[in-house]
Ligand binder design. Sequence first.
Ligand code: ATP
Ligand code: ZN
Length: 296
Amino acid sequence: MLIDADRLHIAIQKNGRLADISRELLKDAGLRLQNGRNALTARVENFAADIMFVRDDDIPTFVADGVCEFGIVGGNVLEEFRLSSGEPDIEVVAPLGVARCSLKLAAPETVDWSGPAMLEGQRIATSYPKIVDGWLAGQGIRASVVKMNGAVELAPRLKIAPFICDLVSTGATLEANGLRAVADVFDSEAVLIRTTRPVPAQRQALGESLLSRIDGVLTTKDAKYILLNAPSEALPAITRILPGADAPTIIPLHGRPGHFAVHAVARESVFWETLEKLKEAGASAILVLPIEKMMP
Ligand code: ATP
Ligand code: ZN
């Protein structure tokens, strides 16, 4: 495909756990993709950007080489790439709070786990050999790491290695294979990355505009607009309780001297407990509204 000099290039996973999350984020940022599921690239209709659909393992390479200015990838894949290629030209723009999982060391349920010292001289199968090597070094343990590209959880049964280190979210796959997690090696979530290679001026400006939209999407995700009424003496307590709120707007209520309406943007989730505290502090007629878009 031809690299278009005045368009941004964004690498996302073609199929897999990050595919929908990535499309969703771009959609929330207002980008409308043209092509369907099977294309390798898609043109964005309403923004000067092209999307490249690739294997997640290739995303750091694309971004480090500057072929794509941006990419969305799991922190685990990025870390493995970092450890394998020195100091790649990649910067993490923002953690995305999704695709949370952790790389865990697991042992057969029959093994009486007594701690990492048990790994000395053993074999460990994993798709993330550099991360595991680093972790072992940190524990002062020498073990041999066997790289497998998939089906790592079969390694103990196939006698490839007695231990494995694999991504886990619920542990169900481990359990189904007679294994259990015994140590946390690396916690991961999806991250937005950008190249630190020089980018031509017109694309630089596009990148800033995309980032400001994504920033808006990420800050709006948990943000809520809160409205409530309160007597003046309750205002100090109420403004203290409002979660992550910037300076609230306080407006006198017509016909009710000493009473005010408080409007505030809360940047964190608003829980029932918070509403109860607000009520106790003297608030009434509390409304919590979703925020659709936000730009600082
Ligand atoms: P590809 O074909 O693109 O190479 P893959 O099989 O390597 O795909 P996926 O299984 O789709 O990758 O996982 C992509 C990323 O999603 C992982 O690198 C990790 O960051 C995250 N992930 C993996 N397993 C889980 C899980 N159980 N729960 C949540 N996120 C996960
Ligand atoms: Zn992969």
